[in-house]
Design a protein around this ligand. Structure first.
Ligand code: ZN
Length: 253
C-alpha cells in the first residue's frame, strides 16, 4: 500500500449550481468542504470530483488509484453510468476499496448495487436531530460523545429498506418523533462500506466537528489493509498449504 491513503470525494455537484441556499452553505461545493476537513490529516491524499467532470469524475486512472471512495448524490442518480457503477461495485467486492455513502447516497446506484436493496426510506421537513452513539467502542465512533445535536437536518425516517447492517453505530431521533438508523456498516466481498445520514445540501452538517470526525474515522476504518491490497484478484488454484509452509521453512533455513 502506498504510504498515503488515497481518498476520492465524489459529489454530484448540481444543487450547488442551481440552489442559492446550497451555494451559500457550501461555497466550495460539498466535495470541496469534505476535502478540506479530510486534508487536515497529512497521511490522507484527497481528490474531489463531480458528476460533470470528464468520465463523470471517475476515469479508470482515478478509480483504480482510490483506496476509499466517498459518494454524495441526490437529483441525478439516474445519470450515473451503469458501467461505472459495476466497476465501483467490483472495486469494493473484489479489490477491497472502501465505500462511504453520505446522506442522499442511500438512493445512489453504487450504494444500492453494493448493499443489494432499494435503500428507500421515509423523509420529511428539516428539523432538530439528535445522533445517538450506540457503539462507542467502534473505530468510527472514536471521539464521539454519547449523543450530539444537529440543530437542523433533513428528516430521514424508518423503515429504511436496507439489509440488516453488519454494525449499527449511530441511530438518530428527530423532533417530529421519527427515528432512523443513521450510521451503519456492511462488509461486502473483501471491502468495507459505511453509510452516514447527515449532510443535506442546505443544512450545515459538514461544518459540524462531530460529523467531520465521524467521516474522517470512517476513511481510516474503510481503507483496505495490506493483506487485501496484495491479494490476487482472481481465484488462484492453491498449492497445498502444508507443502507451501514446508518449502518456506526450507528456503529460510
Ligand atoms: Zn437531502
Amino acid at each position: 500500500m502506498s504510504e498515503k491513503i488515497k481518498v476520492t470525494v465524489w459529489n454530484e455537484g448540481r444543487h450547488e449550481k442551481s440552489n442559492k441556499a446550497a451555494q451559500e452553505m457550501y461555497p466550495n461545493g460539498i466535495h470541496g468542504t469534505v476535502k478540506a476537513f479530510l486534508e487536515k490529516n497529512p497521511d490522507l491524499e484527497v481528490r474531489a470530483v463531480t458528476l460533470d467532470d470528464p468520465d463523470q469524475g471517475l476515469p479508470d486512472s482515478l478509480l483504480y488509484d482510490t483506496d476509499v471512495l466517498m459518494w454524495w448524490g441526490h437529483m441525478a442518480h439516474h445519470e450515473v453510468n451503469d458501467a461505472l457503477v459495476e466497476k465501483i461495485k467490483n472495486r469494493v467486492y473484489n479489490e477491497g476499496m472502501g465505500f462511504i455513502g453520505m446522506h442522499s447516497a442511500h438512493m445512489s446506484k453504487p450504494f444500492r448495487a453494493i448493499v443489494g436493496t432499494s435503500g428507500q426510506l421515509s423523509w420529511g421537513d428539516d428539523q432538530q436531530e439528535i445522533v445517538w452513539n450506540l457503539l462507542p467502542q467502534h473505530p468510527i465512533a472514536a471521539g464521539i460523545p454519547e449523543y450530539f445535536e444537529l440543530e437542523v437536518e433533513e428528516m430521514y425516517g424508518e423503515p429504511f429498506r436496507i439489509p440488516q447492517p453488519d454494525e449499527l453505530i449511530f441511530t438518530s431521533w428527530y423532533k417530529g418523533g421519527n427515528i432512523f438508523r443513521s450510521g451503519l456498516t456492511y462488509y461486502r466481498g473483501i471491502g468495507k462500506v459505511f453509510y452516514f445520514q447527515p449532510g443535506h445540501e442546505t443544512c450545515g452538517s459538514f461544518h459540524n466537528p462531530y460529523v467531520q470526525r465521524i467521516l474522517t474515522n470512517a476513511v481510516y476504518w474503510a481503507k483496505p489493509n495490506d493483506f487485501v491490497i496484495n491479494r490476487p484478484t482472481d481465484c488462484p488454484h492453491r498449492k497445498n498449504p502444508v507443502v507451501e509452509l514446508e518449502e518456506a521453512k526450507k528456503a529460510n533455513a
